[in-house]
Design a protein. Structure first.
Length: 365
């Protein structure tokens, strides 16, 4: 369990630092004063001030923050000695401008940089995973007798190219499409040699694990170097982006429930179970699996933060886009109230997810 906690902190820490670093670097590039760069939540463990910015490491290794002067109408009120120093926005120029003093496009770039850096991190980590493990292509390996794949005429060696009209490049794209299917017909396009074929299959329900199956195994591993390494690493990120967006759509449609959400505890449990599964294959397999897990988390964090909800980056971007259309900003005090309410609701959701995670642990125990 100690190993799980260490891995959780490392994986979560890298993903969060990447996100906040995106905000931080682009803010500095745009001349915005960063009041605080914090990793974690709760009480501070380590903190120091340099160049007008407080750098803080907090107790709980979840979340983080990059606070800008002037954001939501907040300005620094104390100097480094804790004395009152009620600066006007224009007086902080030596350390950078207030957030609301720079043009709207600079602010949009600063806020968008957090999720964007998560996608960049996912790509860089994918380079490591694909470089060492290769990539698995959607090539049919075997057919299960009596299942829809056999009835549709699919054969070993067929290359799946499209599922329900969407182009697929990786084994995982076909696997997740099959896993998310709820018994609806699926159109599968495939290539057999130089010939192109299309088949419609109706997945068969299995009561053993309460899901639907097409009835084939797929996967052909190739080694990736040079351009192929870049290409398939980008396709890995694309795959996780599609999977995350599809999961959110299914959640909105009611095909997934709030009980399917996992928070930090659920993620830690998943890490623990994954480590136990791959441990027999050696330390390199554990490391690569955890890096791949970090790819998933990084993409998830990037996408979730772009949702147009108060307190998230997407919510802030929405207000800025309104400013672009109106030609003037929403009053900071009003925007701050909206984000505060959103933050409270977000904390309530986190408590709910935490409760679900713990309840699942006891139910399984």
């Amino acid at each position: 369990m100690v190993m799980t906690i260490i891995v959780f902190i490392l994986v979560f820490g890298v993903v969060v630092i990447s996100h906040e670093l995106g905000h931080f670097l682009i803010a500095k590039l745009n001349g915005i004063r960063v009041l605080e760069f914090a990793i974690g939540m709760g009480p501070s463990i380590v903190k120091f001030t340099k160049g007008g910015t407080r750098y803080v490491l907090k107790l709980l290794p979840i979340g983080g923050a990059c606070m800008f002067e002037g954001e939501d109408g907040v300005y620094e009120k104390k100097d480094e000695d804790g004395k009152e120093n009620a600066k006007a926005p224009s007086e902080s120029g030596a350390l950078g401008k207030a957030f609301n003093e720079v043009n709207v496009w600079a602010r949009i770039a600063t806020v968008f940089a957090g999720p964007f850096f998560n996608i960049i991190l996912a790509f860089l980590l994918s380079l490591i995973v694909v470089g060492f493990s290769g990539e698995i292509l959607p090539v049919v390996h075997s057919i299960t007798e009596g299942y829809p794949a056999q009835e549709a005429g699919l054969l070993p060696g067929d290359v799946i190219t499209h599922v329900d009209g969407e182009r697929v490049f990786l084994q995982g794209e076909v696997t997740i499409a099959s896993a998310m299917n709820k018994g609806e017909p699926m159109e599968i396009a495939y290539r057999r040699g130089n010939e192109k074929h299309t088949a419609t299959v109706l997945p068969k329900f299995s009561s053993d694990d309460n899901r639907y199956y097409i009835g084939f195994t797929i996967g052909e591993t190739i080694e990736c170097k040079g351009f192929d390494l870049i290409k398939y690493s980008a396709l890995e990120v694309r795959y996780w982006l599609k999977a995350t967006v599809k999961s959110l759509i299914m959640l909105v449609q009611g095909k997934l429930s709030a009980n399917d959400l996992s928070g930090p505890v659920g993620i830690a449990v998943t890490i623990d179970e994954t480590i136990d599964t791959v441990k027999p294959y050696g330390i390199s397999s554990v490391v690569l699996t955890m890096i791949n897990f970090a790819v998933l988390l990084s993409v998830n964090l990037g996408v979730m933060n772009l949702l147009p909800l108060p307190a998230l980056d997407g919510g802030r971007l929405l207000f800025m886009l309104v400013e672009v259309v109106r030609g003037k900003p929403v009053p900071p005090e009003k925007e701050g109230v909206v984000h505060f309410v959103g933050f409270v609701l977000l904390m309530m959701l986190m408590v709910f997810v935490l409760y679900n995670d713990i309840a699942r642990i006891f139910a399984q125990g």
